[in-house]
Design a protein. Sequence first.
Length: 449
Amino acid sequence: MSASRSTPPLSADRPASLPDAGSPLSGTMTDIAEPVAEEAVTWSPPRRSTASWVVFDIGDTVFQQVMITNYFTLWVAAAGGSATHIAFANSISMALMLGVGPWIGAVSDHLPRRVPLLMVLVTGCCLLTFFVGGSLWTGLALFLGANLFFQSGVVIYDALLPAVSTPENRGRVGGFAVGLSNLGAVLGIGLGVLVLHSGGHYETIFKLTAVIFFLLALPCLLWVKETPRAITQVAPLAAARGALRDILTTARRARDYPDLIRFLVGRAFYTEAANTIGLFIVLYLTKILGFTLEQTSLFLIIAIGSAVVGGIAWGFVVDRFGPRDALMRVLTLWSLMLVLIAATGFHLLPQGALWLIAPVAGFAVAGIWASDRPLMIGLAPPQYLGQFYGLYALAGRFAALGGPLIWALIVDVLRWGEPVALVALLGLVLVAMLILRPLSSAIARAPTA
């Protein structure tokens, strides 16, 4: 973990004079107290708190599967849109996140609890998702807003990991969340298949997705018990102004952590590949390989099912060998899977090989998210965790902004085809591995007995 922590350990039972954590957005003041290190507190999270955090990941994966990976892209195509329209809406929301992500993280650092802010973001995401539909441009605009709320919520959700885990079990807690979150993907796919086969419309899928996401988020919003933080209560505008000021200092502060900068740059490259193939895999299977909707759904379910096992398994690898070494192993396996998937598009492998590739690919990609969240916590200063998770999200947003545009350029503009686009994604992963290679294997490795 991060080295020196000047704040002395505190008891988990805080004195009664601390601010009421139940109303973090009340009160007035002009100056905002400096955040303190969350992990300076001796903290043993309740099991219900940890379990509800994991359940939230299932809910947000339902949204991701339906609105980012699968049915929204099919709705765009049915409404007369193309890959360019999908990339356009996705890239605009990601471009907005370049500023919103660090700001949201900084706001959360100045609040006694992060969960109420997460509640606001989840509610906004679900409301907009419920109304996605209508004309092509109306649907794209609603998706853009819903995705902006969703991605902002992910910043806060990720920053809650120290509140629901300890350094000794952080890999396993994160791995279980990643693994079980894939049940949300299965739920999203199954929901769509059920609605469409019963004669329903894509808009019905979107409405049900909004309701399911909100219901699965409720346990986290109600039961996560955060590490007590001695933060003075502030009014919303005061927190917003302080966060805006912190955006300007976060980048300067990050220069004092060169390994963190290296990780964030490397993360931008490998998430560019992972997010882009997640966005276009359905179109690749149906358009290039001629898969039916049923075959595509079965392919995704096989990959997702293995990702459930993969996330849990990689969590144990993270705790045993450290997140850096786990991540490098994951990226090596993921690179091989990209080669094999592209080979089917070039007709170097039969399409039937995809049924063998799917479970290995799902197992591999789950390890990316099981490894990089603990690595981020090991590199970031704990007292500025929200701000630096904003930069963590920023790296992902650069990736989500650039990856779809690269795909659209290769496929729609240059007309080189989807298999060539997959090769380009492979190149991004290899660049990431070169960037990350110098990081120490000891970063965030759990202490051994």
